[in-house]
Design a protein around this ligand. Structure first.
Ligand SMILES: Nc1ncnc2c1ncn2[C@@H]1O[C@H](COP(=O)(O)OP(=O)(O)OP(=O)(O)O)[C@@H](O)[C@H]1O
Length: 450
C-alpha cells in the first residue's frame, strides 16, 4: 500500500509545483502541522490501546483465579466482595475501551478540521495569486483537483499509521512475554541418558532467584546414592522446594554443580533429564481431559500405552474408583478434577508418576490430612511409587521422616544436619527441637516438619 501511495503523492506534488509554486509552498507549510497533529493523536491512541490491553488481561486473570476458587468465595461468603472487585476491574476495562473508541472517532474529525483549515488558507492565497494575474481559474481547479488526489494517499498513510499505533501495544506485550522465556537452555550436543541408576550429587551449590546474594541455597553439598530415600526437612522457607526445582533444572545454580550418575545436569538434554526426574507436587494439578490423558500426561494419544496406564492406576490404588466413574478411564475430569476427592486426586497424581517411571522422584508430601482409609490407600500407593527409585521427599509426616534412609535438615539454605531419625534426635540439634516442639503442640502424628 505504501508504494502506490508514495507514487501518487510524488506525482500530485510535482504537478502542483508546476501549476503554482506559491500555492504549493502554502500547501506544504500546512503539512508539518498536519503530520504533527497525526503523530500526537497516534501516540495518544497507542497509550489508550495499551490501557485497553492491560485491562482485558487483568480482567481475564481475575476471572481465571476467582472462578476456579468459587467454593472458597462461597465458603467465606465473599460474593459481595468479589462482585465489588469484578465491578472495579470491569469499569476500568469499560473506560479504557470507551476512551479508545472516542479517540478513534475523534481523529477523523480533527483531520477533517485540518483539511478545512488548509482549504481556507489555499482559498485566501489562491484568490490573491489570481488577483495578481499569475494564475487563472482553470489552473486553480486543476491545482485543487491535484490537491484532492494528494490528500488521498496522505489519509491512507495516516490511517495505516494509526492502525500501527493501535496494534503496537499488542506487539509490545508479545515481546514482553518472549523476554520472559526461561534462561534454561539446552546445551548444543546435550546427552540423552540411557540407563540411569539414580546417584544424585549437589556440589558446592549456591543459588538465589535474583542471581546474586542473599542466597536461597548456599554451599550445599548432598550425596545421595541410587535407590536411597532421603527426607528433606526444616523450617518453612529454608530452601527445600528450591532444591527440588534445581534438580529438575527449572533454574540453574549460580555456582556449583548438580550431577546425576556423574553427569552435570547441564550436559543432559532437558527432555531426557525431566524424563528421569519425576515430581509429585504438594498441590496436585489435574487437567481438564480424561483420566487416561491425565495419567499418561504429556504423551501423545497414539503413543499412550493403555495397559501401562491401567497398571499404574492399579499400583496407585486408583483403578477401582476410576472404573466406577461413568466412562471409566475415558471419563472427563471436569474443572481440573474438582469432582474428585482429595485422596483420589493424590492417587491419580501418584499413578501419573508411576506411569512416567522416573529413576529419581521428588515427592512434596501433601499437608492436608485425609481420613484414615484414604490415608492408608495413599500411603500404599506412595510405597509402590517409591520402590526402586532414588527419592527426595519434602516430608511433612513423621512416618515418612522416620522411614527415610537419611534425613537432611535444611535451614536458611544450608544443610545443617544429616542422619537418621534416631541419630538426629540423639544429636539434640535443630531436628530434635523441631520434633520436640511439634510433639508439644500435638501435631506429631500428622505434620511435624512444615
Ligand atoms: N520464585 C521465587 N522467586 C523469588 N523467591 C522465591 C521464589 N520461590 C521461593 N522463593 C524464596 O526462596 C526461599 C526458599 O523457598 P522454598 O520454597 O525453597 O522453601 P521451603 O523450604 O520449600 O519452604 P516450605 O517448607 O514453606 O515450602 C524463601 O525465602 C522464598 O520466599
Amino acid at each position: 500500500m505504501l508504494v502506490p501511495c508514495a507514487f501518487q503523492l510524488a506525482a500530485m506534488a510535482g504537478r502542483m509545483l508546476l501549476l503554482s509554486p506559491i500555492l504549493s509552498v502554502a500547501t506544504i507549510l500546512v503539512l508539518p502541522f498536519m503530520s504533527f497533529t497525526i503523530a500526537i493523536l497516534g501516540e495518544k491512541l497507542r497509550r489508550l490501546s495499551r490501557k485497553g490491553q492491560d485491562s482485558v488481561a487483568n480482567l481475564s486473570a481475575y476471572l481465571n483465579e476467582v472462578l476456579l476458587s468459587i467454593f472458597v468465595v462461597k465458603a467465606y461468603v465473599a460474593e459481595g466482595y468479589e462482585q465489588m472487585r469484578f465491578k472495579k476491574l470491569a469499569f476500568v476495562d469499560y473506560r479504557a475501551h470507551l476512551l479508545k473508541k472516542k479517540m478513534k472517532a475523534f481523529i477523523p474529525e480533527v483531520i477533517t478540521a485540518v483539511y478545512a483549515a488548509t482549504a481556507v488558507v489555499l482559498f485566501g492565497v489562491g484568490t490573491w495569486v489570481i488577483s495578481k494575474g499569475g494564475f487563472n481559474a482553470s489552473g486553480m481547479i486543476s491545482f485543487v483537483t491535484s490537491l484532492v488526489f494528494l490528500i488521498e494517499p496522505i489519509q491512507a498513510i495516516g490511517k495505516a499509521y494509526n492502525d500501527l499505533k493501535q496494534g503496537e501495544p499488542a506487539i509490545e506485550r508479545l515481546f514482553e512475554l518472549t523476554a520472559n522465556y526461561s534462561k534454561i537452555v539446552e546445551k548444543a550436543g546435550a546427552i540423552t541418558l540411557a540407563k540411569v541408576s539414580g546417584d544424585v550429587k549437589f556440589s558446592n551449590v549456591f543459588f538465589a532467584y535474583g542471581d546474586c546474594p542473599p542466597w536461597v541455597l548456599s554451599n550445599l553439598h548432598l550425596d545421595v546414592r541410587a535407590g536411597e530415600t532421603v527426607a528433606l526437612v526444616g523450617p518453612s522457607g529454608g530452601g527445600k522446594t528450591t532444591l527440588a526445582k534445581l534438580l529438575l533444572r527449572l533454574y540453574d545454580p549460580v555456582h556449583g554443580q548438580i550431577y546425576i550418575d556423574g553427569h552435570d545436569i547441564r550436559e543432559i538434554g532437558l527432555k531426557s533429564l525431566r524424563r528421569e526426574v519425576g515430581i509429585v507436587p504438594q498441590d496436585i494439578v489435574l487437567f481438564t481431559g480424561t483420566v487416561l490423558e491425565n495419567i499418561a500426561y504429556g504423551v501423545l494419544p497414539d503413543q499412550m500405552d493403555f495397559k501401562a496406564v491401567e497398571q499404574a492406576a492399579g499400583l496407585a490404588n486408583a483403578d477401582e474408583f476410576i472404573r466406577k466413574l461413568p466412562s471409566g478411564y475415558h471419563s472427563n475430569l471436569g474443572g481440573r478434577g474438582s469432582n474428585l476427592s482429595g485422596g483420589q486426586r493424590q492417587r491419580l497424581a501418584i499413578a501419573r508418576a508411576i506411569y512416567q517411571n522416573p529413576s529419581i522422584l521428588i515427592l512434596d508430601e501433601a499437608t492436608s490430612a485425609l481420613d484414615n482409609n484414604s490415608e492408608k490407600l495413599v500411603r500404599e500407593a506412595l510405597d509402590q511409587l517409591m520402590r526402586n527409585r532414588t527419592v527426595f521427599v519434602i516430608a511433612h509426616r513423621l512416618e515418612t521422616v522416620q522411614r527415610a534412609d537419611r534425613i537432611f535438615v535444611i535451614n536458611g539454605g544450608r544443610l545443617v544436619e544429616e542422619g537418621t531419625h534416631s541419630s538426629l534426635l540423639a544429636e539434640g540439634g535443630l531436628y530434635s527441637s523441631l520434633y520436640t516442639y511439634k510433639a508439644e503442640i500435638g501435631g506429631l502424628s500428622s505434620h511435624p516438619f512444615i
